[in-house]
Design a protein around this ligand. Structure first.
Ligand SMILES: Cc1ncc(COP(=O)(O)O)c(C=O)c1O
Length: 444
């Protein structure tokens, strides 16, 4: 019922409740959001948030770049700019993408306010109510918030340790077509997947592209983590294989810092034109200041060396996490990421990661339950652990606490149902137990 004009038309909590557009129904706070507010207390080890460890970036490099921009080009930096982005930065973005095999023209790059904003713009251009987006299952939380806000449905295709499974993709496309559904694009995170931590093999990149080509499905390739590999680079981007059927998203959030809010889309020419118009409609122009600071940084600093430093930091943390999992929770299974920020853990069948989270937070450790990464309620038997932010010592403490929680849950189930047990060593808090200053509540 829409009761025109009066706030009385709403409810006790929100007088405007009945005035929202239908698409606003897709904008729901995550069920675990409130808990994450608690999890941001300093004594909690948070393995939940995917926040880059920006402390590994020497601040002087940024301060110098900001200083030069303001002294030499201050008037331009503080002004509105082009809706497509600063031309020099767009040229430099080509050098970044070349590291993953992409050959492109700066004219096809659109700078956005983080790649999140590029996802929003692409969705705005393509999604009508009832459309289907195919994505990996599990997938990036906030992509699904966007797709749902455009009243599209997410259809999850399963992955294994080599990423999205081509045969399963074919099955899903066939079933969706048979049901008369409109598939608008495949949203994929091929390298160092968030949250699954797996990487799509080269062979599968070829196969998946071919499947999409032959079914006339656009590929939306989201690649925030591709340059953050540990021992060897990920296979080249899908976009390196195909120009016309792929919209590629990149960002400086993980290789530099998310506070700049600078990302980009590389799109086939016609889509690029519409993206610029959508960008202008949304923000007029992305921040000239932060684009110019990044451009200055790329021109003057050893940015590739800095990415190497980040790689070292994250590899050490990943090793700390896997070592701790092996020690404290050897009966569980988990993915072994070769880059990026995340490990995907599979729990014993009888456990429910979402139901267990309050108890984990009580034990001073937080994780993201698997259900956050599915549009269809799946994922209870899984959790995402992020190793990017806490120190190796705190990661160890966090996993030790997690083992206590899991063991407690299994003991409880044993008591009531006579099932399940973990032989693993669990936490026995000792004097060396460290208190950790955690990041603010956030799941990204
Ligand atoms: C897969 C994926 N895509 C997009 C984003 C958004 O990144 P940003 O908007 O900071 O570029 C993130 C952030 O965590 C992510 O993990």
């Amino acid at each position: 019922m829409v009761n025109q004009g009066s706030p009385q038309a709403g409810n006790n909590l929100d007088p405007w409740y009945h005035h929202y557009a239908a698409r606003a129904a897709g904008l729901k706070a995550s069920e675990v959001r409130a808990l994450f507010a608690v999890a941001s207390r300093p004594e909690v080890v948070s393995l939940a948030g995917g926040m880059p460890y920006v402390a590994a970036l020497p601040q002087d490099l940024v301060i110098d770049a900001m200083d030069r921009v303001m002294r030499e080009k201050g008037a331009t930096a503080l002004q509105y700019g082009s809706g497509q982005g600063v031309p020099l930065l767009r040229e430099q973005i080509l050098d970044v993408m070349a590291l993953e095999g992409i050959k492109a023209n700066a004219d096809d790059v659109v700078v956005t306010t983080g790649s999140q904003h590029a996802l929003e713009l692409v969705s705005k251009l393509f999604l009508d109510p009832g459309d289907v987006v195919i994505s990996e299952g599990p997938s990036y939380v906030t992509s699904m918030v966007i797709f749902k806000s455009y009243q599209a449905e997410v259809d999850h295709v399963p992955m294994d340790e080599n990423g999205l499974i081509p045969a399963a993709l074919i099955e899903h496309i066939t079933a969706l077509k048979a049901a008369g559904r409109t598939i608008k694009f495949l949203y994929t995170i091929p390298s160092f997947h968030n949250p699954a931590g797996v990487t799509l093999s080269w062979q599968r990149r070829l196969e998946i592209l071919e499947i999409c080509r032959s079914n006339n499905i656009l590929v939306l390739e989201d690649n925030p983590y591709g340059l953050l590999y540990f021992d060897k680079p990920a296979p080249d981007a899908i976009r390196s294989l195909e120009r016309d059927g792929v919209v590629y998203l990149g960002t400086f959030s993980k290789t530099l810092a998310p506070g700049f809010r600078v990302g980009w889309a590389l799109a086939p020419h016609a889509i690029r034109e519409k993206l610029v118009l959508a960008n202008e409609a949304a923000v007029l122009s992305p921040s000239s200041f932060t684009q110019m600071v990044i451009s200055e940084y790329l021109s003057t600093a050893d940015w590739k060396g800095q990415i190497n430093t980040f790689r070292g930091v994250y590899q050490e943390r990943k090793n700390a996490m896997l070592d701790a999992l092996n020690e404290y929770l050897p009966d569980l299974s988990w993915t072994n990421p070769t880059g990026g920020f995340y490990v995907w853990v599979t729990l014993p069948e009888q456990l429910d990661s979402k139901a267990m989270l309050p108890r984990a937070v009580k034990e001073l450790v937080a994780y993201t339950p698997g259900t956050a990464f599915y549009a269809d309620g799946n994922g209870r038997q899984s959790m995402r652990l992020a190793f990017c932010y806490p120190t190796p010592d705190n990661i160890r403490t966090g996993i030790r606490r997690l083992a206590t929680v899991i063991r407690g849950e299994l003991d409880l189930l044993d008591t009531f149902a006579g099932t399940g047990s973990l032989g693993a060593a669990a936490e026995r808090p000792g004097p060396g137990d460290q208190r950790y200053v955690g990041p603010p509540a956030n799941i990204s």
